[in-house]
Write a protein that binds this ligand. Structure first.
Ligand code: SF4
Length: 377
């Protein structure tokens, strides 16, 4: 805690804010996307935006794993959970995410489905070992941070001969999402999104390293600064981005040197490469079908693939038109642009996925900005 406190120091934050105020060029605007929901949460929790000059704008990105899961895939797992003999295991946030027709895993559990919340993928192993008569399915979601743990789960299940365990794989890749934002800044129904630079996620980068972002910096001439999740990390990253933009540079810089290297965690990368392969295409909520943006289980581990074992199919669904999650995930709209925000839609009664997880932009706004929004109204 002492170690973390140094990265929340108020006087250091004011010093960084002063440095920013001195360095921004008055006549230009800086639109910086924090890719990850963890950064969005930190920005609101510590009031980082209040310290920024008016011409530095933060755009919230799609890096919330719960928010980007396509509803048809959620519907498929809710159906699976309702099958007799199936025990569905998942991280807590996923249980509350509304699928189509306001269904959720939590509601399925209330109706008798065996749905269990875990903090670690490996807990699924113990559940499967303790209940050999049941089919235990781990609902795997997340970016590169959580993928190695799922790979380890599958390898351990194989080693222990747990034939009743399988994984419904929904792991996605950060670079593909960044590329989609850069490739299609114009979305017909929402308009244009401007992103001059990216604050990169440190936990993802601890696994994949900083090297994968070099492509965006070079090809798209957008600077990237990888940052930790404390307020001083974020402020320092914003300052570094402003400095790059002022000097016309576009390269990858690493603010989070205490955890991220250029090469990343080779051991974790090897685990992922052993078990998973790229899907040719994967559907994201808000971003649509993105080529080579998701992972699936290799055929060598097909016995542990819930999609094959249960022949899971995703059916297209119509989204609730009033919910602006797809536009918010893309960074085109803010939660306060949604007519349902803080009215019908609250963390206790979420209508869209962005209101569920602490990393969702709507949940962050609701928790830390609701008062200010009301006062402004
Ligand atoms: S406030 Fe609720 S309904 Fe509106 S965009 Fe956010 S999650 Fe969707």
């Amino acid at each position: 805690m002492r170690y973390i406190r140094a990265f929340r120091d108020g006087s250091a934050a004011r010093g960084l804010a002063q440095a920013l105020a001195q360095q921004v060029e008055r006549q230009r605007e800086y639109h910086l996307m924090e890719f990850c929901g963890g950064h969005t949460h930190a920005i609101f929790r510590y009031g980082v935006e209040d310290l920024l000059p008016a011409n530095v704008r933060l755009v919230h990105g799609p890096g919330c794993p719960v928010c980007v899961l396509a509803i048809p895939r959620l519907d498929a797992v809710i159906e699976l959970a309702r099958q007799p003999g199936v025990t569905l295991v998942s991280y807590g946030d996923m249980l509350r995410v509304p699928g189509s027709r306001r269904r959720s895993l939590l509601k399925a559990r209330a109706r008798g489905a065996d749905v269990r919340m875990v903090y670690s993928a490996l807990e699924a192993l113990e559940i499967a070992a303790a209940h050999p008569e049941r089919q235990v399915v781990f609902f795997a979601i997340g970016f590169e941070t959580t993928t190695p743990a799922t790979a380890h789960l599958i390898l351990e299940a194989q080693r222990r001969g747990l034939a009743n365990l399988s994984v419904y794989c929904n792991h996605v890749l950060t670079p593909a999402a960044i590329q989609s934002i850069l490739d299609s800044p114009e979305v017909r129904e929402w308009g244009q999104i401007r992103v001059d630079g990216f604050i990169g996620p440190s936990h993802v980068s601890a696994v994949i390293g900083s090297r994968p972002y070099e492509f965006f910096a070079e090809e798209y001439q957008r600077p990237v600064v990888i940052a930790g999740f404390e307020p001083l990390d974020v402020l320092q990253a914003i300052l570094m981005l402003v400095q790059q933009l002022n000097s016309g540079r576009a390269c990858v810089e690493n603010e989070f040197t205490r955890g991220v290297t250029r090469e990343g965690n080779r051991k974790a990368q090897a685990l992922v490469a052993e078990v998973f392969e790229l899907r040719p295409s994967f559907e994201w909520r808000g971003l649509g079908e993105l080529p080579y943006s998701g992972l699936r289980i290799k055929s060598a581990y097909a016995d542990f693939d819930a999609e094959r074992r249960f022949a899971l199919q995703s059916q297209p669904v119509l989204e609730n038109k009033a919910c602006q999650c797809p536009a918010i995930i893309r960074g085109v709209k803010k939660p306060t642009d949604c007519a349902l925000f803080a009215g019908p839609c609250t963390p206790h009664n979420p209508i869209g996925s962005c209101m569920v997880s602490a990393e969702g932009a709507c949940a962050a706004y609701y928790k830390y900005r609701r008062g200010a929004v009301r006062a402004a109204g």
